[in-house]
Structures are given as C-alpha cells and as structure tokens.
Design a protein around this ligand. Sequence first.
Ligand code: NAD
Length: 381
Amino acid sequence: MRPELKIALVGAGFIGRSHALAIHAVNKVFPACPLTAVAHVVAEADDARARAAAAALGFDHAAGRWEEAVDMADAVIVAVPSFMHFPIASRTIAQGKPLLCEKPVGLSAAEATRLAQAAAQAGSVHAVGFTYVRLPLVRQARAILDSGRLGRVLHVRGRHFEDYLSDPDAPHGWRLSAETAGRYGALGDLGYHILAILRFLCGPVVELTGLSRTMHPRRPDGAGGTKPVDNEDYAAALLAFESGAVGVVETSRIAIGRKMEVSFEIVCERGTIAFDAERMNELRLYEAGQPAEIQGFRTILANPAHPDYAGFLPAPGHQLGFNDLKTIELLGFLRAVAEGRCAAPDLADAMRISRLCDAILDSSQAGSRIATPETYERPAA
Ligand SMILES: NC(=O)c1ccc[n+]([C@@H]2O[C@H](COP(=O)([O-])OP(=O)(O)OC[C@H]3O[C@@H](n4cnc5c(N)ncnc54)[C@H](O)[C@@H]3O)[C@@H](O)[C@H]2O)c1
C-alpha cells in the first residue's frame, strides 16, 4: 500500500479549486506517484463557506479557521490572498509539515526571505505555485537549450500579459491593495510567473533596469465611490543574465485582448525557441541550416515524449489544459515529499523573484540600474 498524505487546502477560490481537482486527479493520472493524496480538509473564510467548499470539492472535513486545517493535516496547500501566506506558511513550517504555497509568496521580499530561511532551518519540504514552469513544453524548451543544439542563448523576450483590469471601471479587489496584495501589482500576479520561466531557461539575473506605471490609479469601491490602486498595472525591465545573455521582460494586467499571454522568445546562436501559453500545446522552433526554400519556424505539438504529458493522454496533439498543470505541480510536490527534498521552484526561488520585483519597482522610481538584483534588499524606510 502506498502511504497516504492528508492534505489541507486553505482557500477554495479560483486557484484553490484547481488544487482540489489536482488532489483528486493526481493518483489516477500518475499511478506511479509514491504517495496517495487525500483531500482531508478544506479551510475557508468561515464555517458555512468551508462546509460548502468541502461538499463541492470532495473533502472529508471543513474548517472555518485555517489554523485548525493546518493542525489536522500532513501537508498544506496555501491558496488564499497574499496577506495570509506568511502566517499560514509559518505555522506549517513550524510544525515540520510540507508546504505548497501559491505565488507571489507573502506581501514582500522580506516575508518571502523569512519563510525561505525558516524552511531551510527546519529542513522542511516546500514548493511554490509557479504553474507554468512545470508546463511540459516549457520543460522541453529547457531540454532543447541544455542539449546545446542551438548554441548559447544570446537574447530573450519574456512577457505575461492579461487584461482582467483593462476596463478602467473594473472594481477594486484584494489584488490592488497594499494591505492584501503587498507592493507588487502586475508583477506579483503575473510577472512572477514569467520571471520564474526566464530564470529557469536562462539562469540568474545579474543586472536590471525597470519601468513601471499605474495607468488607472483609482477604481470603483462598490459603494458608489472610488479607492486608490496601490500597485502597478504595467512593469518592464531590461535584464542581463549571468550567462551573458540579455533581454527584456514585460507584464501587464491591462493588456486588452490578451487573456493568458505567458510568452517567451529565446534567440540562440543557431536557432530560436518561441512559446505562448495562449497556445500552450505548441512550441515553435527555428533551426539554422535549413534549405533556403523551406526555411522557417516549425511547430512542435505537445506529445507523450514531453515530460508528464503521457500521464494524461497516449496520443500526440490532444492538448493539455491549465488544470492539468496543477496536477503536474502536485505530482512534483508529492515526489519531493516522498524523497524529503524541495520541489523547484521553491521558497528560495520565490525569495529571489520577489527581490527582482522590488528591484524593478525601485529602479523605475529612481531611474537607475540595479546590480545583483537577486540579492537586492530594499533600503529601510
Ligand atoms: N499559480 C497560478 O497560476 C495562480 C492563479 C491564480 C491565483 N494564484 C494565487 O493564488 C492565491 C489566491 O488567488 P485566487 O485567485 O484563488 O483568489 P480568490 O479570491 O479567487 O480566492 C481566495 C479564497 O480564499 C478564501 N479566504 C479568504 N480568507 C480566508 C481565510 N481566513 N481562511 C480560508 N480561506 C480564506 C476566499 O474566501 C476565497 O475563496 C493568490 O496568491 C494568487 O496570486 C495563482
């Protein structure tokens, strides 16, 4: 019999639901997974919501207080707004329990750093919800780069654009307030993902110059007035990587028309790789040396030869979706728990990415370039 891991899911909103589906799917999709995921307890903002979530999402228990859920479980998934990450993750780490925390971790790089340090001291297992880094074709892109067939990376472009706040009259919400989302706006919600992908494909960032703007500084408060928006709608940065590659990263939550553009283009000496998560089952590859009359990018459709695809489907081109990525993420987490190690990207990566976000915003404010941004610490206020 495979050992069971009783999981607490804290938060059953947008992403909590995807985690719940993953808990139920992971052992069916991946029968060789070393642990059995048990939907043990779901915590929500109050008892009634917790009971409704447990019934709707198939959990054995409901908790109106997240502390109760953490105490009852073997491992914890944190899927609540950012201001609650720190206390929930801290309690989980203090109890020596494995943690899968959603991004961005906490309200600031300072909180992410404290969590990464506490987890390292405790020797605990952790992972962060960097959903797209675990995408089969993103990992295939890394395998192509690692194979050396394209030569070294010269320059890159990375982007995460969505348009959920493109309407200036879209209402205020937790993502727009410093108290609940922290300092980062588009960067924390979206830029965090593409920064993780660029680091995964190109390595650490050693220098950056940032630019950010809040284009819609007030939003309707739902009571006939408006509330100030505390964080940026758009951010960009010029990047230099340790490898010598250079590039640009951009993120926007007001990019009208773009629903899920997590995209990158990696230009190498002998070819280019391009990807866009709006077509997440397609990787585009250009390789030098083709006869001139048939030169061009070719499209590689996701297929069972790519990491983790075969668990879902035996045939090429039949397409994975967003919720499948959360199942792949959970598989990685369960394997890490069974082996007593972290599942990258983890809290240490999140700490570095939060510092990159700080560096982009501070560089924008000061109009200056920041060296070694992955170790950047904000000057005391
Ligand atoms: N990895 C991804 O692709 C991805 C996608 C979306 C969101 N996220 C992240 O997931 C987190 C949650 O975002 P979301 O979009 O699901 O938000 P959401 O607002 O849809 O859901 C948050 C849920 O937390 C619940 N909640 C609030 N207070 C609580 C409490 N005290 N105890 C238990 N539950 C409580 C709310 O009732 C709500 O159901 C954020 O950190 C966000 O950045 C990640």
